[in-house]
Design a binder for this molecule. Structure first.
Ligand code: MG
Length: 156
C-alpha cells in the first residue's frame, strides 16, 4: 500500500466558472487559473502522484502549455489515475477537504463524490468529500481564495 497527500489553492475571481470536484456550482465567481482551476481535483491528483512518487501536476501538465488551457480536471484526473493503474495500483480510498468561505457547497457533496468515484473507477463509499470554512480568517476566510487537501491510499 502507498499513501499520498496533495494540497492546492487558487484565487477566486468574478466571472469564472466555479467547478469543484467536477461539479459546476451556481455562483458569480470561481477559482482562477490556467485550467478549470478545480482545486480539490488538483489536490487529489497531487495526492495520487505523491503516492507514486511521480512528482506533481505542475510537472505533468505545465501551465505554460496551451494544451491544458481551460482543461477539464476530471479528464486530467483519469490520466493521472491511469499512471497508477499502469504501475499495478488501484485506489483504496480518497479523502478530500475543500476550504471555502462561500458559496455553501454541502448540497453538492454527493454529486462530487459520484464524479470522483467514476473517474477513479471505484465505489462512492471509497470517496470522501468534506467542506469547511476557516471562520473568516486568512485568504479563504476573506473570500480571496479557495484551498483543498487530499489524502489517498493506493493498493496493489
Ligand atoms: Mg491548481
Amino acid at each position: 500500500m502507498r499513501v499520498g497527500f496533495g494540497y492546492d489553492a487558487h484565487r477566486l475571481k468574478a466571472g469564472r466558472d466555479c467547478v469543484l470536484c467536477g461539479v459546476k456550482i451556481p455562483c458569480d465567481f470561481g477559482p482562477d487559473g490556467h485550467s478549470d482551476a478545480d482545486a480539490p481535483l488538483h489536490a487529489l491528483m497531487d495526492a495520487i502522484l505523491g503516492a507514486l512518487a511521480l512528482g506533481d501536476i505542475g510537472k505533468l501538465f505545465p501551465d505554460n502549455d496551451s494544451r491544458w488551457r481551460g482543461a477539464d480536471s476530471a479528464v486530467l484526473l483519469k490520466s493521472v489515475y491511469a499512471l497508477a493503474r499502469d504501475k499495478g495500483y488501484t485506489l483504496g480510498n480518497a479523502d478530500i477537504t475543500i476550504v471555502l468561505q462561500s458559496p455553501k457547497i454541502s448540497s453538492y457533496i454527493e454529486q462530487m463524490r459520484a464524479v470522483v468515484a467514476e473517474a477513479l473507477e471505484t465505489g462512492i463509499d471509497n470517496i470522501s468529500v468534506k467542506a469547511t470554512t476557516e471562520e473568516k480568517m486568512g485568504f479563504t476566510g476573506d473570500g480571496s481564495g479557495i484551498s483543498a487537501t487530499a489524502v489517498v491510499l493506493l493498493k496493489n
